[in-house]
Design a protein. Structure first.
Length: 380
């Protein structure tokens, strides 16, 4: 079998590589140099985020969020089980307990109707995850959080350039976490950002990010020497990576639009199968604008999903499934965080299949994959 189409291929676009050469030539290679500042300014300007801090990954931004929520042993945080390990790891690393809540059948996002029943006197925060760059029901989530005095941390790793009722994902909750990992729409290999609304949280975030020191204030000339003032770690990315990211962010609209065309082609080609009830396509609720991070299909059952994946892979099209629900993972089971089942999570995770999607793909590529999917169903 030869690979006709990988699942993902990172792209370099426009100025990104040129900016990297510029960063190296400038001699400023550590973090928060000219390109780090430019990337943060771009994030703040494009998304209207009061404060954007570049991080080494979304995982790092989530870990900073756990510190900013002051999570401690005994505390509880509500999140979906259908997510990447980093969302739950950040909580567990503070000794707090991830409380897994089931997902909505349409978007596979945290089911807002189940949140209140999961709140206890120990609950500190709600951490929704915008799956596939389609927003969670944020109005309801923010309303619940305000009434119960909980912080909201958006895991918007997949949500860069997606919006909810006219607001960019990552800017709606108290904190928002972006990923620029090579598998995401806008990428610099490994990278992320923490978006912060409140100025006091932002000042503390700045300190956590600089190993617990007030170095950022020192660099702004606000204090005359810098020293250890709080907990912290090394969350600042190199300016070489920030330079690549500036090029990608500048091209963000173009990248998002191209991915949109590819998703539209998939949807158009696969609509007849969906109409016959053979599979289900992604749903974008009213008021949400997707960033086309992912194109998936949901097969009738787990056996069909696996057979379809094998069929596509045999032809060289690298379709892949996605998360093993965290409460059923070896770590989740060993910790016993979730006693009962999460029926929607367990059902949909076993039936979901992601199709290849990346910037340099052509509409003909998408049509070829879709034809293979149609062939699979035509054969039976
Ligand atoms: C990719 C991803 C992360 C982790 O991002 P990194 O930048 O690789 O640390 C976290 N959460 C979700 C939902 C993701 O998709």
């Amino acid at each position: 079998m030869s690979v006709m189409l990988p699942f993902n291929r990172p792209c370099t676009i426009g100025a990104d590589a040129a900016y990297v050469r510029e960063a190296i030539a400038s001699g400023h290679m550590c973090g928060d140099g000219p390109f780090g500042k430019r990337a943060q300014a771009l994030l703040e300007a494009k998304f209207g985020a009061p404060h954007a801090l570049l991080t080494t990954s979304c995982t790092a931004a989530l870990e900073m969020s756990a510190l900013l929520c002051d999570l401690a042993p005994g505390d509880e945080v509500i999140l979906p089980s259908y997510t990447f390990v980093s969302t739950a790891n950040a909580i567990a690393l503070r000794g707090a307990r991830p409380v897994f809540v089931d997902i909505r059948p349409d978007t596979l996002n945290l089911d807002e109707r189940l949140i209140e029943a999961a709140i206890t006197s120990r609950t500190r925060a709600i951490w929704p995850v915008h799956y596939a760059g389609v927003a969670c029901e944020m109005d309801t989530i923010m309303d619940i959080a305000r009434r119960h005095r909980l912080l909201v941390v958006e895991d918007a790793a997949q949500g860069v350039f997606a919006s909810y009722k006219g607001r960019w994902l990552g800017t709606i909750g108290d904190l928002g976490c972006y990923s620029f990992h090579e598998t995401k729409n806008i990428a610099c290999g490994e990278g992320g950002a923490l978006l912060v609304g409140d100025v006091r949280l932002a000042r503390r975030a700045e300190i956590l990010r600089e190993k617990g020191t007030n170095r950022s204030q020192f660099l702004r000339g606000q204090v005359d020497k810098y020293t250890w003032v709080d907990l912290g770690s090394s969350y600042v990315p190199s300016d070489i990576l920030a330079a690549f990211l500036v090029g990608q962010l500048e091209a963000g609209e173009r990248i998002t639009a191209k991915r949109g065309e590819l998703c539209a082609e998939y949807a158009r080609q696969l609509a007849p199968l969906a109409e016959r009830g053979l599979l289900r396509l992604p749903v974008v609720p009213e008021g949400c604008v997707a960033n086309h991070h992912m194109f998936y299909v949901i097969a009738a059952d787990a056996t069909t999903r696996s057979a379809l994946m094998d069929h596509l892979r045999a032809a060289g099209y690298m379709a892949t499934f996605h998360y093993v629900p965290l409460h059923t993972s070896p770590m989740g089971e060993a910790q016993g965080w979730r006693a009962g089942s999460l029926p929607v999570t367990e059902d949909l995770s076993a039936r979901l299949l992601r199709l290849p999607l990346f910037y340099d793909m052509t509409l003909a590529d998408a049509a070829a994959v879709a034809a293979m999917v149609r062939g699979f169903y035509g054969d039976r």
